[in-house]
Design a protein around this ligand. Structure first.
Ligand SMILES: [Zn+2]
Length: 246
């Protein structure tokens, strides 16, 4: 057997979250203790080993806490890179979307494929609706407590609810308000140790982020208005990714 190129021989995230790729990704199994992969026909269930481990561990933690199994949506494509449609990040195998709704009663593969998102926000009155309850709060708290997490994007109203429920918990700072995250939250891990080509994002600001910064988001209801169909995103990729991503 010939010698493998060093860059291809171990798992690694290359480039930035919104302009990168991944090598030797692992697939999250279709289901396991405390989790299900949804919409698996999109083949976006590949991630770097720390993220796959994070998701499996989160499934186990939710099970131990008597919470419903988590529904894992987009992670990344097998080689990473930009999606043909949908969000801009998820390119390096370090981002994952987790839905806030519980799974259907009998989560057959067909049901998990056709599952509908449940919005937790009453956008007309700009309040959380009755779908956002204690299990959702507990799930987000468990997700944010893992020190591998760089940030988790949640709707500003959800961040507000977490601030009210958890006061001054140090992990609250990892919850970043962002529009569009009202039926799922988006977990982003730090660059794994040793991935020298992985571009980290700036540290989240110190503190819980529950004060003035959140207030500015809550007042900016105009940001809620979504902007029509999104055009394909074609970032300039690091040279290691060119010709690698499909
Ligand atoms: Zn996402």
């Amino acid at each position: 057997m010939g010698l493998l190129l060093p860059t291809l021989s171990w798992a690694q995230a290359i480039g930035g979250y919104a302009a990168g790729c991944q090598m030797n990704a692992r697939a999250l199994p279709a289901s396991g203790p405390g989790f299900y992969v949804i919409r698996s026909t999109r083949e976006r269930f590949y991630g770097q080993p720390p993220l796959i481990d994070y998701l499996q561990t989160l499934g186990q933690k939710t099970r131990q806490a008597d919470l419903p199994p988590i529904l894992v949506a987009d992670i990344a494509k097998q080689r990473g890179g930009p999606f043909e449609y949908g969000h801009r990040s998820h390119q390096t195998g370090l981002d994952a979307d987790i839905w806030l709704r519980p799974p259907p009663a009998q989560p057959s593969p067909r049901r998990l494929k056709n599952i509908k998102a449940v919005d937790m926000v009453d956008h007309r009155h700009y309040i959380l609706n009755a779908h956002f309850r204690d299990p959702q709060r507990q799930l987000i708290a468990l997700a944010a407590q893992d020190p591998r997490v760089s940030r988790i994007f949640v709707h500003p109203l959800i961040k507000n609810a977490m601030c009210k429920a958890y006061g001054d918990a140090d992990w609250l700072g990892r919850l970043r308000p962002w529009f569009g995250h009202s039926s799922h939250f988006h977990v982003r891990l730090h660059c794994p140790k040793g991935d020298t080509l992985c571009e980290p994002q700036a540290q989240v600001p110190a503190g819980t982020g529950c004060g003035r910064e959140l207030a500015s988001w809550l007042n900016d209801k105009a940001g809620e208005i979504t902007s029509g169909p999104r055009t394909p995103f074609r970032p300039t990729l690091p040279k290691q990714c060119v010709g690698w991503v499909r």
